[in-house]
Design a protein around this ligand. Structure first.
Ligand SMILES: Nc1nc2c(c(=O)[nH]1)N[C@H]1C(S)=C(S)[C@@H](COP(=O)(O)OP(=O)(O)OC[C@H]3O[C@@H](n4cnc5c(=O)[nH]c(N)nc54)[C@H](O)[C@@H]3O)O[C@H]1N2
Ligand SMILES: Nc1nc2c(c(=O)[nH]1)N[C@H]1C(S)=C(S)[C@@H](COP(=O)(O)OP(=O)(O)OC[C@H]3O[C@@H](n4cnc5c(=O)[nH]c(N)nc54)[C@H](O)[C@@H]3O)O[C@H]1N2
Ligand SMILES: [Mo]
Length: 756
């Protein structure tokens, strides 16, 4: 046993630390009157919707309805720095490739449309007319099957609708998006199990539940405004039970930074009543143990004429219970304990909270979805909730916490590679064309096709695809084999520097900026994690006079590429986004009727969810219990020297955007090149604190994947688990290592070895 203490942060989430965190990164740019005025409008009706997470924007909002990380995201967009043609004249693409992700984005907002000049290896300014004409010529010359239209989850509903329409008019369903790396597991699993691809909770449910179970979601960093709801729930007496390999501060304790009295006294609210450090990939086993306990309590209750299970609900509304019950009863506790890393007594205690609760909500994030058996993870969680009728009843439900601010909405309005999820007949009627019916490429399939040389054109609406995906080495090499790459972005990132033969980098407005079109200032809309739709109006002066809105850029590309169509009015739609909303309403009348008159409803308008009404749009017409064939979600065996690597987000990043090098709530400071490992595992592996090591792939597929230069840091983690940061560790994730059903990359348990 080593004598090193795991790194540790004693303070709660929120509190003064969150204000210091903002000031440290933005210095003087932060508390100016203009910025404070912008932040005061954030997430309120008539204001703009935060570009950070997708957590809901409540009707009864706070004076400042933003959090530390929302403020960081806004300030990041509003930086005074500019990344101009002069900057690109001074630095070749080859030189910029040697810069860090942090330094690239640090150059500030892109100001001009740019074209890559292969003769000089520099980006050069190019007028919008030339840009659109150039892209149009290229796209017309390519085979539509070999072009991919990627979206990161920020673009508005209006832009997403137009973008998906453009791809279909062009001739494919190749519409992968960031949710393919994220909650695609949810979209596939919940659709198949309860008939709705999204969560069933609404905001009011959080003030009515008496237990919340949290699996693999880091609220303190990734959806901090949610902590207000959790704080209120705890104060009402709601019990929160957390399953996470990492002791995440935000789920342990919280000081509300909106509450001056609390800030002064430092009074913190304990969030989780029970915090169980499950092994990475051990959730199927943990849930199996809990269900075993629930069945045992039900047996006892029934012996005296009571019940724990809601058998009326199970009988009327579900299928598959008997099979699951038989499997759970037959499962051995020793195996459950070994795989989950949790003692039976702890799993019993967690399950007892469930048994005693009248109304339970299940929350989850990447810890469940980014696993090889991610579908089964979600399935086991749904199983637990169904046992007591905890879906489709007030104060209950399953609530995946989504990623990007509009990632859920983009899928709602047609960004999907699966033609069966889109009302193609309606598109055909509205726009007089025959939409492609062939299944398109999702993110993993797009990567496979790029590796095979089948993709020749890649258009990226936001995001940092090459940084976010698995298998970095092979992907970067294959990327350069493409003919055309088009990037629509606010800031320079790695993906812009690994370009095709012909490449364009197109700067767009940010959401906090005024979007002035011929028809006046425009509003855009977003859908949050709880399926509420909000209008968003930017007020700031654009970062450069040369910026176009995302919708105007899509319209410009579409007009230059597609044959004229009297039913497709790109100019009219750009002038007035209300006309696009009318089309969304015509395409999806049940969800978006009267869209234009509902833009600023306080708290957003709810687009509805059939599963919430206990209408199950599944194959069986019922909610489906599932019986997993395995206990581990990792998809690989245990072997000596093989670890389960979790690739995590720090508190100082938004995905591939690195704001800084502090992960204050985990006590990691000054660097992101770390290997977090428990003192016990350090001793077993003979490692010392501060030692520099490499991680190598242990996927057994013969591909040598390696990341060097990681500093060993002792950290409290379960047996066999280690952790480090995304995206630095992405070279270790094999492309084939993904959820079997949805193909979501399994970034939370990657098989690796440590090389000293
Ligand atoms: N500030 C900020 N906000 C963000 C983002 C950001 O980068 N920064 N990203 C946005 C996006 S796109 C997304 S998808 C969401 C992501 O938000 P989250 O879903 O919170 O994703 P992660 O931070 O990747 O990891 C979630 C948690 O899973 C735990 N975990 C890892 N493996 C396992 C496991 O096997 N079982 C269990 N039970 N837990 C496990 C980790 O310890 C971590 O606490 O956040 C969004 N919001
Ligand atoms: N190993 C590992 N890999 C992961 C994950 C993980 O947990 N582990 N998480 C996965 C997840 S959940 C996700 S969602 C993906 C994220 O993948 P992406 O969504 O592709 O990546 P982001 O980092 O969010 O994209 C950041 C870039 O978006 C651009 N941008 C910012 N704002 C705007 C805007 O308003 N408009 C436009 N057009 N561009 C804008 C900026 O240029 C910025 O550099 O990564 C995935 N990859
Ligand atoms: Mo995400």
């Amino acid at each position: 046993m080593s004598d090193q203490k795991p790194v540790h942060y004693d303070g709660p989430a929120g509190g003064w630390g969150s204000l210091k965190g903002i000031a440290r990164i933005f210095g003087k740019e932060w508390d100016t009157p203009a910025v404070l005025e912008t932040l005061a409008r954030q997430n309120k009706p008539g204001g703009f919707m935060c570009v950070s997470c997708a957590w809901t924007k409540p009707a009864n909002y706070h004076t400042f309805e933003f959090c530390e990380n929302g403020a960081k995201a806004t300030l990041w967009e509003q930086t005074t720095r500019r990344c101009t043609p002069e900057f690109f004249a001074a630095h070749s693409v080859a030189e910029l490739q040697t810069w860090s992700d942090h330094d690239l984005e640090q150059q500030g907002r892109l100001t001009h449309p740019l074209r890559y000049d292969p003769l000089t290896d520099h980006y050069v300014a190019c007028s919008w007319e030339e840009t659109f004409a150039g892209i149009g010529r290229e796209l017309q010359a390519l085979d539509p099957e070999g072009v991919v239209f990627y979206t990161s989850g920020r673009a508005s509903l209006e832009t997403a609708y137009c973008y998906a329409l453009m791809a279909r008019l062009y001739g494919n369903n190749n519409l992968p998006d960031s949710s393919n790396m994220c909650h695609e597991t949810t979209s596939v699993a919940l659709k198949s199990l309860i008939g709705a691809p999204v969560g069933t909770c609404i905001h009011e449910d959080f003030s009515k539940c008496d237990a919340i179970f949290f699996f693999g979601q880091n609220t303190g960093s990734n959806s901090p405004r949610f902590l207000h709801d959790l704080e209120a729930a705890v104060k009402r007496g709601c019990r929160i039970v957390t399953f996470n390999p990492v002791r995440e501060k935000g789920l342990e304790a919280f000081i509300n930074p909106q509450n001056p009295a609390r800030m002064l006294t430092g009074d913190e609210v304990r969030i989780s009543t029970l915090y169980l450090q499950v092994r990475a990939g051990g959730d199927i086993a943990a849930l199996m143990g809990m269900i075993k306990h629930v069945l045992a309590r039900d047996d006892e209750a029934r012996a005296v004429g009571h019940a724990v299970l809601d058998r009326d609900f199970i009988g009327q509304h579900t299928t598959g219970f008997e099979e699951l019950e038989a499997r759970v009863r037959a499962e051995d506790w020793a195996e459950i304990e070994a795989e989950s890393g949790l003692a039976r007594a702890d799993l019993d205690a967690a399950a007892q909270v469930y048994v005693e609760a009248e109304r339970t909500i299940g929350i989850y994030g990447m810890g469940l979805t980014q696993q090889v058996n991610g579908f089964e993870n979600v399935g086991m969680f749904v199983n637990l909730l169904l046992l007591k009728g905890n879906i489709g009843r007030e104060g209950t439900g399953i609530s995946p916490v989504r990623g990007h601010s509009n990632v859920q909405g983009q899928r709602t309005v047609g960004i999907s590679e699966k033609p069966e999820l889109v009302p193609l007949d309606r598109l055909s009627d509205l726009f007089g064309f025959e939409p492609p019916r062939k299944k398109g490429l999702n993110t993993v399939e797009a990567c496979e096709a790029i590796l095979e040389g089948k993709v020749k054109g890649f258009v990226s609406l936001g995001g940092n695809f090459v940084r976010a995906i698995p298998e970095r080495a092979a992907m970067e090499a294959a990327w350069r084999g493409m003919r055309l790459t088009v990037q629509i972005a606010t800031k320079l990132n790695r993906s812009h520097l690994i370009n095709g033969e012909v490449a364009y980098l197109l700067p767009c407005l940010g959401r906090s900026e005024r979007d002035q079109q011929a028809g006046g200032p425009q509003t855009v809309t977003m859908e949050d994690s709880l399926s509420c739709i909000h209008g968003s109006v930017g007020h700031r002066m654009p970062a450069s006079e040369h910026l176009l809105s995302e919708l105007a850029i899509i319209a410009g590309i579409a007009k230059a590429t597609l044959p004229p169509n009297s039913k497709v009015d790109w100019d009219g739609w750009t002038d007035d986004y209300g006309r696009v909303r009318d089309l969304i309403a015509k395409t999806y009348p049940d969800k978006f009727h009267d869209f234009n008159s509902r833009l600023f409803v306080a708290g957003g308008f709810y687009r509805g969810n059939s599963a919430r009404e206990r209408i199950w749009k599944t194959k069986s017409g019922k909610a489906e219990f599932t019986t997993p064939a395995m206990l581990s979600a990792t998809g690989f065996d245990e072997r000596p020297g093989r670890y389960r690597l979790m690739t995590l987000r720090s508190n100082d990043q938004f995905n591939t955007t690195i704001y800084g090098f502090e992960d204050r709530m985990r006590g990691v400071s000054g660097t992101r090149d770390v290997l977090l490992i428990s003192p016990d595992e350090m001793a077993l592996a003979g490692l010392k604190e501060g030692q520099i090591v490499s991680l190598v792939s242990d996927a057994g597929d013969g591909v040598g994947r390696r990341v060097r230069g990681l500093k060993v840091l002792p950290f409290s983690l379960p047996r066999g688990c280690i952790a480090g940061y995304y995206p630095e560790l992405n070279p270790l994730v094999p492309l084939a290592h993904h959820d079997k059903r949805s193909k979501t990359p399994a970034s939370k348990a990657v098989p690796v070895r440590i090389v000293a």
